[in-house]
Design a protein around this ligand. Structure first.
Ligand code: ADP
Ligand code: MG
Length: 401
């Protein structure tokens, strides 16, 4: 796959960069600028190479029928300017006269951010012609394309996929770094290799579990999805999250794992609450003794220790999905225990990777810093699909062009 260096001398060239700037907003206040920070190095490198940098991105899920102020990238332009330490011009639309005028005014090294791509229906259209038409308009603004939005590389969208068939294209530094880490997880990982899975729904992660059973040595399960595993073993799970229609599939996985010698580690104790609330009465119970009128909202302290022990000797760890409803303080301890175990493993030289928006938010909320882990992925969905063994359209197209 081409890298930026393969694009040759960029001085004076107009380079369109697809970044992932989809940050959480409270009104117009950015509550976590992690994705902007992660995008800065590539934008800076292009600017320093003398390129005229045209950044494009999406924010949220607008309807695709024109501007919606709540989804404007204007606050992102201001933050990007601060982090970059140089002016960022903001164009009122991703294509059309305002985009054209902003690009025409760019000096070498200058940076413009285009307004939310998804204000245009063509960006996410399932219709190849409509999507292609929008990609043509974007391509008309630039001489080259750099794909750096790892969080969207699994999407077949105009600014991710179609654009790469219209311009000389390369992956940016962020996508390159993410792909290198994912390769280390899939191509001959150092062993023992453990995967910790949590989060809300088992159905979101079934495909990846099936694939991981072929590569991982240990699978540690927590979060809301664990109750489907406990139910598959015939245990009472009370009012906990349960996907009844997945119980048979999960039983199949347990049998498959046993046959392959993959160790599946389930919690031995659970924090069981009377309601999904921080104020609800809650207590630690054995995993076999969840009361019928309670719901499990975190793994218990003995499970935290058990999981930490299973991670201590690992050389490779991938973690996706919080161990509990960590947004509420009484149910954050299990997630914290796993985060601490990853930090210790990292210090001991293991490759540790945290994937998933909520998982990344959880480690930051719990006071950990990014450098305590080997890698915090900016794309949960993309990294899971990669581990599933799926073809990611935004990477595949770079290979083919
Ligand atoms: P990620 O974004 O890291 O991939 P998910 O989106 O799969 O993670 O899951 C995160 C959500 O799972 C969090 O909002 C968390 O509150 C929820 N969750 C974790 N454990 C439980 C549980 N036992 N019951 C209900 N929700 C849970
Ligand atoms: Mg999530």
């Amino acid at each position: 796959m081409s890298t930026i260096a393969d694009l040759g001398d960029l001085a004076g060239k107009r380079v369109l960069v697809r970044s992932d700037l989809n940050v959480p907003l409270d009104g117009t206040t950015i509550t976590d600028d992690g994705r902007i920070r992660a995008s800065v190095p590539t934008i800076r490198a292009l600017s320093e190479a003398g390129a005229r940098v045209i950044v494009c991105a999406h924010l949220g899920r607008p309807k695709g029928v024109g501007p919606e102020p709540a989804y404007s990238l204007a606050p992102v332009a201001a933050r990007l300017e601060e982090l970059l330490g140089r002016p960022v011009v903001f164009a009122q639309d991703a294509v059309g006269d305002s985009a054209r005028a902003a690009v025409d005014d760019l000096a070498d090294g200058g940076v413009v951010l285009l307004e939310n791509l998804r204000f245009n229906a063509g960006e996410t259209s399932k219709d190849d012609v409509e999507r292609g038409g929008f990609a043509d308009q974007l391509a008309g603004l630039a001489d080259a394309f750099v794909s750096d939005g790892f969080g969207v590389v699994h999407r077949k969208q105009a600014s991710v996929y179609d654009i790469a068939t219209r311009l000389p294209s390369a992956m940016g530094g962020l996508v390159q770094a993410e792909v290198e880490v994912l390769k280390r997880l899939t191509e001959d990982p150092e062993r023992p290799y453990a995967v910790v899975l949590g989060g809300a729904k088992v159905s979101d992660k079934l495909a990846v579990i099936a694939n991981l059973l072929q590569t991982a040595d240990r699978l540690l399960i927590g979060g809301g999805m664990v109750f489907t595993f406990l139910a598959a073993q015939g245990l009472e799970v009370g009012k906990s999250l349960l996907e009844v229609d997945q119980i048979d599939t999960v039983r199949g996985y347990l049998a498959d794992a046993a046959g392959r010698g993959v160790e599946i580690v389930l919690p031995v104790d659970i924090v069981a609450a009377t309601a999904f609330s921080a104020d609800a009465e809650h207590e630690v119970v054995a995993a076999e003794a969840i009361p019928a009128d309670r719901m499990g909202l975190d793994i218990g302290p003995a499970s935290g220790e058990l999981f930490a022990g299973k991670l201590a000797d690992c050389r490779t760890v991938f973690w996706n999905g919080p161990m509990g409803a960590f947004e509420m303080a009484p149910y954050a301890a299990g997630t914290k225990a796993v985060a601490e175990a990853l930090v210790a493993a990292t210090a001991g030289g293991a490759l540790t990777v945290v994937g998933g928006g909520d998982s990344a938010a959880a480690v930051r909320q719990l006071g950990f810093t990014d450098d305590q882990f080997g890698h915090i992925s900016t794309g949960g969905g993309a990294s899971l699909e990669y581990l599933e063994g799926k073809t990611l359209p935004g990477l595949d197209i770079l290979d083919r062009t």
